[in-house]
Design a binder for this molecule. Sequence first.
Ligand code: 13P
Length: 299
Amino acid sequence: MPVVPMTEILGPAFEKRYGVGAFNIVNDLTMGAVLDAAVQTNSPVIIQVSVKTVKMFGAKLIQKMFEEMASNVPVPATLHLDHCPDVKMIKTCLDAGWNSVLFDASNLNYEDNLRQTKEVVAMARKCGAAVEGELEAVRGVEDGVGSETEGEIVPLDKCIEFLDQTGIDSFAPAIGTAHGLYKSAPKIDFDRVRQIVSKRPTPIVLHGGTGLSDDVFKRLIAEGCAKVNISTMLKITYCDGYRTYLEAKPQEHDPLKLMVSVREKVVTMAKGFMEVFGSVGTANAVCSSGKSNGESVDF
Ligand code: 13P
């Protein structure tokens, strides 16, 4: 299955009310592991990358790596840039062939955010890419981007005006979730998602996925959260995977054995989320050619 546009992944998910996992990968190993999890569960998948990771590897290398890996799997996959306040970096990613970007102008006032988001949408359209928009800052710093406080909630009519005037493809409202680990149970604003979706049928993006209960995921997905972001849990799984392996085998010096073990842990983690999000077996909703057979890919 070739790489597909973000809208082709989110459209059926929103309509049928399942969630597609957007995992913040950090390198080739994690990108391959997340794609493998999607293959094993016959799920569509979003390979999401933070600005910090783009700065580490470069937009072109990540896109080439994604194109090569994703075109060899039988499930639909798309490449998305997470929280990016920098229009220059957005342009670099779009020019390199990325499928989707989150223009995070939530630190700007409403008028400036609206104006700049419109410009980013126009830029993305020329490349056939999608744009996720954000009005209020989601609490928590994600790879150096963001703030520890949730942004001021924008009235519903302004949100709708923002959706209509910008033409964004998905929307990330502040609904009480936060990036990173929760220090106490979050107070989730399910009504806000319901209200926005009842006014405009736009796929909603759930940020701050790590640490939410299965019940919260399912309720939010049922309300219209079609894209579900997971970053912190991938990082924990990846780092702990190395740590526990090396602690258990201090004399091991075969990097490939180590990497295979870590990779398996990331696959298992991603598959678990895909099951909770209800995306298992839905690859064909996007992939009408129906080539997906759930077979694992060899790396
Ligand atoms: P977590 O780090 O809480 O998983 O959130 C991920 C996210 O929302 C990325 O934008």
